[in-house]
Design a protein around this ligand. Structure first.
Ligand code: SF4
Ligand code: SF4
Length: 248
């Protein structure tokens, strides 16, 4: 008995109870090619025995329905539908600790491969990436507008009013934790918060040249617009500062 090609190869992938449009074969191939095209891919995937050592040592696998072995197998066997499916949720469970990379007998880096899948999910503006990154928009705004994000003494009821009474629970033990953190630059806003204009402007150039800002635009257009305004303003301030130096 012969089987038609379409009975063996799934043409589309999609949730039968969802209104989301199914994903065509071409799109699945494009996504996989984007993952493979990264120069890190060949270093991070050298074969896979399906031994499960990575999953046995993975902290995320203990808490979530997640297995680095499964992810590596999907990539190794070029299971396009499975790769796409994993990018909708599972890849975001990884803690990026790289214990798996230290243990794999094939010198694979499952955590590194997952990072490539995450970057590709962002590039393709997948909903899963938007949902995961949305809570970090304030951190990104702070990081990009000031060159720094958070020092322990910022976590106070005044600084994080939107956390409600819960912030006090974090604030209290942090008094002790702050003293224990060995890096002096992390102690206070005074020592951790100041990034000079020149450094900020250099960071903007790096983010532009490396595609960070393009990724941001894909994920959160509003945040991207706000950040562009901040960057323009800081660049103007820097130019003014340079002019002042010339005048002196
Ligand atoms: S990097 Fe990710 S997949 Fe690897 S051990 Fe850590 S949490 Fe698990
Ligand atoms: S990635 Fe490495 S450790 Fe994990 S199943 Fe494959 S060969 Fe084993």
């Amino acid at each position: 008995m012969s089987h038609s090609a379409t009975s063996r190869i799934q043409e589309h992938i999609g949730d039968p109870v969802s209104n989301a449009p199914p994903v065509g074969r071409e799109k699945l191939e494009e996504i996989f090619q984007d993952i493979q095209a990264d120069m890190r891919y060949d270093h991070e995937l050298n074969g896979c025995l399906n031994c499960g050592i990575c999953t046995a040592t993975c902290p995320a696998a203990h808490y979530y329905d997640f297995s680095p072995r499964e992810i590596v197998q999907l990539l190794w066997t070029e299971n396009l539908e499975g790769i796409y499916d994993a990018m909708q949720e599972k890849i975001w469970s990884c803690a990026q600790c790289y214990t798996c990379a230290a243990r794999c007998p094939f010198s694979n880096s499952p955590g590194g491969l997952i990072m490539l899948m995450r970057e590709t999910a962002i590039k393709h503006g997948m909903e899963s990436a938007k949902n995961v990154l949305r809570p970090f928009s304030r951190v990104m705004l702070k990081l990009i507008s000031t060159g720094n994000q958070l020092s322990p003494d910022m976590i106070t009821p005044d600084g994080f009013a939107d956390w409600g009474p819960n912030v006090a629970k974090v604030d209290a033990p942090l008094d002790l934790l702050r003293k224990a953190i060995p890096m002096p630059t992390l102690h206070t806003t005074k020592t951790a918060w100041e990034v000079n204009l020149k450094t900020s402007v250099e960071l903007y150039t790096i983010w532009e040249e490396t595609g960070v800002l393009d990724s941001l635009e894909t994920i959160d257009e509003n945040l991207f617009d706000v950040i562009l305004d901040i960057m323009d303003e800081k660049r103007d301030d820097y130019e003014d500062w340079l002019d002042d130096q010339d005048d002196d």
